[in-house]
Design a protein around this ligand. Structure first.
Ligand SMILES: [Zn+2]
Length: 103
């Protein structure tokens, strides 16, 4: 049992819908970049870190995609090219597919 109260809506966190609402409002942009020594990284931007915990999200993404990664300055960096799988993973985590822009 949890008696934590949401700071946004003042409802107990068990029944609060703020996280789901926040997820549906994010406009997620995904692109890849080539780094030093030809390493490919997948960068995820557009997620409001005041609404979504990026450190929690990056942990879930790393588990789902079985890769390394980190979150810094509002941008999630994942090792490797995950363009083919990341949309499915975001959907699984509750982010609407329509809001995910992969380039
Ligand atoms: Zn709430």
């Amino acid at each position: 049992m949890s008696d934590e109260i949401c700071s946004i809506c003042s409802l107990p966190k068990d029944i609060c819908r703020c996280q789901e609402l926040a997820k549906s409002e994010q406009r997620i942009k995904v692109h890849i970049e080539k780094r030093k020594w030809g390493r490919i990284v997948t960068l995820v931007s557009g997620i409001d870190s005041r609404e979504i915990s990026l450190s929690e999200l990056v942990t879930k993404l790393k588990n789902q995609l079985a890769c390394g990664g980190s979150a810094k300055d509002g941008i999630i960096l994942l090792m490797g090219d995950h363009r083919h799988n990341i949309r499915r993973v975001f959907e699984k985590l509750g982010f609407p597919s329509d809001n995910i822009d992969i380039s």
